[in-house]
Design a protein around this ligand. Sequence first.
Ligand SMILES: [Zn+2]
Length: 400
Amino acid sequence: MRTVKLFQADAYRTEFEGRVVSCTPVGDAWAVVLNQTCFYPASGGQPSDAGTLGGAPVLDVRAESDGAIVHVVGAPISGTVVGQVDWNRRLDHMEQHTGQHLLSAAFMHQFEAETVSWHLGAEASTVDVSMDSLSADQAEELELTCNQMIRSGLPVHAHLVAPEDVQRYPLRKPPTVEGPIRIIEIEGYDWSPCGGTHVRNIGELGLIKIKNWERYKRGVRVTFLAGQRALRDYLALDRMTRELSRRLSIGVAELPRWTDRTQEELNSLRKRVRTQQEALLTEEAERLLADARRVGPARVVRQSFGGRPVDELRLLAAKVAAAPGCVAVFGTRGALPQLILHRATDLRLDVGQILKEVLPILDGKGGGSPIQAQGGGSRPDRLEEALDAAVARIAEALRQ
Ligand SMILES: [Zn+2]
């Protein structure tokens, strides 16, 4: 049976009485059909309404092909019930949907770009338009036009039109349903077949904002906010820029230049730090090599470090191993000790193999090549033992 769509007669009505025609269990919920309803079912890009029916929460609302509207409700209900639509959600949907009509109409008027599809999202909504590209200037021009229209306060009308009379209206897109067609008109500006809920006057939107656009399929996807979403976004951005300006003690308009300058400074500082670190590590490697232990034909630097980043120690080990005949045997002190082995290329020694042999001392895991290897374990109390074992294994391997 067809459910009478009270939301089409009056989108602002949130309370109604309906007679339960059927109530069937579906999983943990019940599918309820009423003789009439204010609950909008998900369709035409607009999500369903929320609220309560006979005091039970309405979890979902769907339109069936036979014209029935099914309310998925959390508890069984019967007889005549009072329905209460969540007004905040409904109004938000009315604002986004009317905003979409306005935006789509402006795209058509200004760029002859058709709206291929649209989506009302939980955070923002999108329209996909048939354009090759959209420039920042075009987006701004369009936005200004839409907001000018909003300020002019054009009424929004819903016409129910017999199929034979439809050609009297300059529709933006052809209808997709049979029978009488519901046409939403932004007075004198746009006519679009639509079953959705809309505000009475586009002035109620207050504001529309294009947030972003990108190439999508063979057109452009435009992300927008309308009504209170646009206002809330403006408030949040304003709060954020004021906070940034307060923290940096500069005017909001100076923020981009400040960011560029700081970025440049940061890059040049990074470069200087790298150069200085390089020089310091070279000096440190020389000092360590001066105290290196002779092990057969090699010189071994056995050293444990506390509070040094592992990547820095890897660089230091590489510098030690850059000297002919030298091997770095490094360990990091800390809860999760690391071993780093690195040898000069002129030695015949597989440090990857040696690491594998000594890591069990630390209950550790790791690996590497014959030239360099690294691994970590969970026994900080055995770090010195592991380093000694590595040196002993190196001595043994070099004797062979
Ligand atoms: Zn619509």
